[in-house]
Design a protein around this ligand. Structure first.
Ligand code: UT7
Length: 345
């Protein structure tokens, strides 16, 4: 074992410490659609104001994909950028995991569509659904496949076309969401470490806080379900807010504990970009300084599973983190689900 691969942490749940295969993040990439929808434009669509949206959420604008631009298209663009950074060809990819709540269609999976678009002929492909927590869930699943030596190269993507399930007549929700995609390449690199740990959690008892009621087996699509606007997302914002703060705090603390790290050792904290007040509440409780925090919510709104994936790419490309520095990603979403990951860049 080289000196770089020697275990740093005593805690066996820091994956870094496993006898076996370290999992590196060798490439990241993201894509957002060109069309910008500003708060001022939303003022003309529903009864809202730039002032309300800015003070209650921190969002100033969001990206909206074109009518003929789907989740798989954005995912493929993000994937190609991550592959370029990793210096790999599509043929090298063993597995594609896409986290999304807005698949191109209920089946086949969006991962299969992306496999075809990027030409990853050898890759197995499937979607996972953990709402806004999906990218962290994807990292954890991908990491397990590499650690178990099943695969060497896994492409994990968070991608959403939320504009397709947002009720543009509901001011409570339509101001919050946007479209986009982010991707990461996970690989085994013997003498380096990337993904140190990933934490996942869920509480199905709070499933009713954030849902899309129709379109599944419980309420298949009918003229009535369409007329009742049941094919749009619905949210109890206040309760979601409260649960989010606690869930993110718990996940972040567990990830740090597993790696025997203190928050001051983290260079960059990347929270799920849902609401500036949630980010600040979690940041305050964790003791995160403003310099550590990465926020792009003002430009993209909440892009669900794509949120921390896009932010991860931007944190890297903007130079907010350098090689060898530590990042903490922390998320929550419908389900409820939550998660956190520590990455050494
Ligand atoms: O990825 C997970 C996704 N979900 C979240 O992260 C959501 C978490 N929750 C939140 O971010 C916040 O709860 C919201 C931003 C959704 C709402 O903020 P709030 O401070 O909890 O507002 P509220 O629900 O208490 O609503 C306050 C008022 C209400 O009016 P009344 O009943 O007090 O007269 C709403 O009708 O604000 C009204 N309101 C709006 N006013 C102008 C709600 N949406 C809007 C709007 N513009 N867009």
């Amino acid at each position: 074992m080289s000196s770089a691969a020697k275990p740093k942490f005593k805690n066996p749940r820091a994956r870094f410490n496993f006898e076996g295969r370290p999992v590196s993040v060798t490439g990241v990439g993201s894509y957002v659609p060109a069309k910008i929808l500003t708060n001022l434009e939303l003022e003309k669509m529903v009864e809202t104001t730039d002032e309300w949206i800015t003070t209650r959420t921190g969002i100033k604008e969001r990206r909206i994909s074109a009518a003929d631009e789907f989740t798989s298209d954005m995912a493929a663009q993000a994937a190609l950028r991550a592959m370029k950074m990793a210096g790999i060809t599509a043929e090298q990819i063993d597995l594609i995991i896409i986290a999304t709540i807005t698949p191109d269609m209920p089946f086949p999976s969006t991962a299969c569509l992306v496999q075809q678009k990027i030409g990853a002929r050898r890759a197995a492909a499937f979607d996972i659904e953990a709402a806004c927590s999906g990218f962290i869930y994807g990292l954890e699943v991908g990491q397990q496949f590499i650690m178990s030596r099943t695969y060497d190269t896994v492409l994990v993507i968070g991608a959403e076309k939320l504009s397709s399930i947002v009720d543009w007549q509901d001011r409570n929700t339509c101001v919050l969401f946007g479209d986009g995609a982010g991707a990461a390449i996970l690989q085994n690199r013997p003498n380096s470490h990337g993904l140190l740990t990933a934490v996942m959690g869920a509480d199905g008892g709070k499933a009713n806080l954030l849902t899309m009621p129709a379109g599944g087996s419980r309420c298949p699509a009918t003229a009535d379900s369409v007329n009742a606007r049941l094919h749009y997302l619905r949210m109890d914002g206040k309760e979601t807010f409260k649960s989010a703060v606690q869930a993110m705090l718990t996940a972040a603390q567990e990830a740090l504990r597993r790696c025997e790290l203190d928050i001051t050792q983290i260079k960059c904290v990347i929270p799920h970009q849902a609401n500036r007040r949630i980010i600040d509440a979690v940041g305050d409780r964790l003791g995160v300084s403003p310099e550590q925090l990465f926020v792009n919510l003002d430009r993209y709104g909440n892009t669900s599973a794509a949120s921390v994936a896009i932010a991860l790419d931007e944190a890297v490309s903007s130079g907010k983190v350098s090689r060898g520095e530590l990042m903490l990603l922390v998320v929550f979403g419908a389900g409820l689900t939550w998660g956190a990951a520590v990455i050494e860049w």
